[in-house]
Design a protein around this ligand. Structure first.
Ligand SMILES: Nc1ncnc2c1ncn2[C@@H]1O[C@H](COP(=O)(O)OP(=O)(O)O)[C@@H](O)[C@H]1O
Ligand SMILES: [Mg+2]
Length: 366
């Protein structure tokens, strides 16, 4: 048996729902998940991270202080994970730490994932690999999505044409045709608009199991209006985030309307499903099976709408492929950290638009 390669992956996504932490053994062809933990962000930190999604006074100080707090939360997650698994810090090769995106502006040549990696290395005593996106952006790429290389490594199949859809705050797809010619991009909103809407009207973080959306009816005229968003028609490579799909965007779409909130909820859910389905039909017309991961995998209303929009296509979660949909992204960043340390490239240039393959990430040694 191969010597274990224990790595930790930390993911804090656009949804700002919390820290996903995984401990994996990456010595084999498929990752072995040894422990996993989801931890909510403290309310005050979440508030600061939301504030930092747009320009605000004294944002540099706020960002660096929030980055420090976030790294302390990461260190707590790492400690809890090690305790859960009964593994010592000294046995961990590295932590792959995505950080929290507060700006994503590849068109201006930068993307910022907050987090004080030095502080995490200091507190955990483990080598940290972070800032995965900047090198791809420096090479002219979008710096996103970065999960397709990992999806390709573990989910590609020679017999079946698969598409992997990660429905986090933003949704991204990875197209895995039988010939191995991987492609992918951010399709548009995942849960971010739905979360915004239910929080505004009901004070809840998300629409549990899509129940509120299921109680409303889809407003076809509003859906048609939302579908005119120019991002959707852009050719790949493309990536997006809260820089585009935020509360002001939604308010502009709803201006002059007075719809029942449940109907808007149904329509926003349909919008996410429709934009993903349209992307799949355009990019992968001969797809056999779609596998969903990310928090959206827990929303049956959304998945039913996706299925309706893709007749004849099998829709399942990545659990059917042996990987829990909640942990795919965090495992991907452990995998990307392993690639970085091995001096191996982590981007797919045809996905991100970078000039070529690049080793992604920077290293803060233990
Ligand atoms: N039980 C559930 N029912 C409906 N939606 C859910 C459920 N659990 C999680 N979600 C959705 O998934 C989101 C989190 O997804 P996640 O993959 O963590 O996104 P990100 O990578 O952006 O953090 C939540 O904000 C919520 O919208
Ligand atoms: Mg999350």
């Amino acid at each position: 048996m191969a010597h274990p390669q224990l790595l930790i992956g930390l993911m804090t996504g656009t949804s700002l729902d919390g820290i996903d932490a995984v401990l994996v053994d990456l010595s084999g062809a498929q990752p072995a998940l040894l422990a996993a933990q989801g931890t909510a962000l403290p309310a005050s930190l979440r508030h600061d991270l939301l504030t930092l999604q747009a320009a605000s006074p004294d944002e540099i100080d706020l960002a660096w202080r929030a980055g420090n707090s976030l790294s302390d939360c990461y260190a707590d997650s790492v400690a809890a994970l090690l305790e859960q698994a009964g593994v010592a810090a000294a046995d961990i090769v590295a932590i792959g730490n995505h950080g929290q995106t507060i700006r994503h502006r590849p068109e201006r040549g930068y993307t910022i994932q907050l987090g004080n990696h030095a502080r995490l290395a200091e507190r955990s005593g483990i080598t940290v690999v972070g800032d995965f996106r900047s090198r791809d952006v420096a090479a002219g790429g979008q710096g996103a999505p970065l999960v397709p290389a990992f999806h390709h490594a573990i989910f590609a199949d020679a017999q079946r044409h698969r598409v992997i859809v990660n429905i986090g705050g933003i949704a991204n797809l990875t197209n895995l045709p039988r010939n191995g010619d991987v492609s992918g991009y951010d399709t548009g909103p995942g849960n971010v608009l739905m979360d915004l809407w239910i929080h505004r009207h009901r004070g809840e973080r998300y629409d549990a199991a899509g129940a509120w959306a299921a109680s409303g009816k889809v407003l076809d005229d509003l859906l048609a209006r939302l579908l005119t968003e120019p991002y959707l028609a852009l050719a790949a490579p493309k990536s997006t985030g809260r820089d585009l799909f935020h509360a002001d965007w939604l308010d502009a779409q709803l201006a002059g309307r007075n719809d029942a909130p449940a109907d808007v909820m149904a329509t926003l859910t349909a919008y996410t499903a429709r934009t993903i389905a349209d992307a799949i039909r355009t990019t992968a017309p001969s797809v056999d099976d779609v596998f969903v991961c990310g928090g959206g995998a827990h929303n049956p209303t959304l998945l039913a709408m996706l299925g309706d929009a893709l007749p004849g296509v099998g829709i399942a979660s990545t659990a059917a492929l042996g990987v829990d949909p909640d942990w795919v992204e965090a495992i991907a960043f452990a995998w990307l950290a392993q690639r970085c340390l091995a001096g191996a490239s982590g981007n797919v240039p045809t996905v991100t638009g970078a000039a070529g393959p690049r080793v992604l990430g920077a290293i803060w040694p233990a």
